[in-house]
Design a protein around this ligand. Structure first.
Ligand code: SF4
Length: 469
């Protein structure tokens, strides 16, 4: 079968914008960091002769990307709500450079609202909705657009084809590490709390929880955890080890890798046999016995969404976790020597000055090794967004400022947006500028030269961020 010459593109927007496939908060972060463009790597692996270009981490601007347009017949751009206007401009520039180029958009933003996305510019010929891997592959194979399920497209009028059935046999997904090796410079991917260089991929899609703010399960992934087989995952990791012997840590970016504990333990045992260091996303309710199995088989770190130190807020957002359970889980992890990167959100429905204070105190009390504080982001397609519209909390506000950094799109009569924003840097200061925390970080920096140089760079960026707050 012959394929159109296909470019899978995460377009340039703001300097340092980490908004590619996989990013949960599509923004430029306090410290420069990039997740892998795994969602785009999957169709790239399905289309022979394609190329994946991840512009932000590779420092490619519009001029460099525009030059690529002449070399391709089809370009598929991954977009997000905040970057959509930028991405449309990139699409128009590509089209101006090569009028014969066919252009499609993918990502949660266009999956939720394909019609306005297509109406935004005649340069966009189609939108591949929901899980787009095989949809994009069929377009690249030259199938008539009218026959491709999961597609919305322009043909005089805007047309919407029937949805593509949800992918059940996840082992049909190709390995992404072949595309990483072919198209990416893995040294460009840095996440502050992961060992460098790291590599991330998915072993499944979907999350059983129904947190009202969370983008991926409510748009593309769904609420069933659909998984690749243990053997499929382990074989890909073994291959990655051959390709990238320099990788020091593997991160499983599944929404909640611990949603299926027997499977997580089976994968862990296989990883233990391979001798790799790894980490994953987890909910703050994994029992001690499972944590011990994971730790004994190479687990180094858990990324845990605590979100809030107020039970009322956790209930409001349907987190499905009790604070006492989260506390006990954190103590268990500490006893086992598992590091935790805890993530928190300010500005969720019900937030007050008192709940912010409770969250800062909770974070200091459970004391994860590192934290990230985000501002509640009402992405279209989420229950939070619908709630915000219904209650008039949006008021025309943006998700990001002119430099691509998060700002509060939500504003409440009792807690205005500027106050939510100011609370973020205050939270960081109170958490990190404690003698115990600072000495722990200093010890870590002295452990090896690479960590020292990296932390010094991150420290400079972090202080610059606090200086703005
Ligand atoms: S548990 Fe995590 S991934 Fe799952 S819905 Fe909640 S925030 Fe999203």
């Amino acid at each position: 079968m012959s394929y159109l010459k296909t470019l899978l593109l995460h377009p340039p927007s703001w300097d340092g914008f980490d908004g590619g496939a996989g990013s949960r908060y599509q923004a430029r972060r306090e410290i420069r960091s990039f997740w892998y463009p795994t969602w785009l790597a999957q169709p790239a692996a399905l289309i022979p002769g394609s190329r994946l270009v991840d512009a932000p981490p590779h420092g490619l601007g519009l001029a460099e990307v525009r030059r690529l347009a002449r070399d391709y017949e089809l370009a598929v751009l991954h977009t997000s709500t905040p970057s959509f206007p930028h991405d449309v401009r990139v699409a128009e520039a590509l089209k101006a450079e090569n009028p014969a180029l066919r252009i499609g958009f993918v990502g949660a933003h266009v999956a939720v609202a394909p019609e306005p996305a297509l109406a935004a510019s005649p340069a966009i010929e189609f939108v591949a909705r929901d899980e787009f891997d095989f949809t994009v592959q069929e377009v690249a194979a030259g199938r008539p657009l009218a026959e491709v399920r999961g597609l919305s497209y322009r043909n005089g009028h805007i047309r919407h084809n029937p949805p593509r059935p949800v992918l059940e046999d996840m082992d049909r997904l190709p390995y992404v590490v072949d595309v990483y090796r072919r198209d990416l410079d893995i040294r460009r991917y840095v996440i502050g709390y992961l060992l460098y260089p790291y590599l991330s991929l998915y072993t499944g899609r979907g999350c059983r929880s129904r947190c009202t703010f969370c983008l991926w399960p409510q748009t593309v992934g769904g609420h069933r955890y659909r998984t690749r087989s243990v053997e499929h995952v382990l074989d890909e990791i073994a291959r990655a080890r051959r390709y990238f012997p320099e990788v020091r840590e593997y991160f499983f970016d599944d929404d909640t890798f611990t949603d299926d504990l027997p499977r997580a333990e089976a994968i862990a045992r296989g990883l233990g046999r391979l001798g790799v260091t790894w980490s994953c996303n987890a909910k703050a309710n994994v029992p001690y016995a499972s944590l011990r199995v994971l730790r004994d088989n190479g687990l180094r770190l858990l990324l845990v969404g605590y979100e809030s130190g107020s039970q009322v807020i956790l209930n409001n957002i349907r987190k499905g976790v009790r604070l006492d359970v989260a506390r006990r889980f954190t103590e268990d992890a500490r006893r086992l020597g598992i590091r935790i990167h805890g993530t928190f959100i300010l500005g969720l429905p019900g937030e007050t000055r008192e709940t912010i204070e409770a969250t800062v105190r909770f974070a200091c009390a459970i004391d994860p090794d590192t934290i990230q504080v985000s501002i509640a982001a009402p992405y279209p397609g989420t229950a939070l967004y619908r709630q915000a519209v219904a209650n008039g909390w949006l008021d025309g506000r943006r998700l990001l400022d002119e430099a691509g950094r998060q700002e509060s799109a939500l504003s409440y009569p009792h807690l205005p947006a500027p106050e939510i924003q100011a609370a973020v840097s205050d939270f960081y200061r109170r958490f990190y500028f404690r003698p115990r925390k600072m000495s722990a970080l200093a010890w870590e920096m002295l452990s090896d030269w690479q960590t020292l140089t990296r932390r010094l760079r991150e420290g400079r960026e972090f202080l610059a961020f606090l200086g703005r707050g």
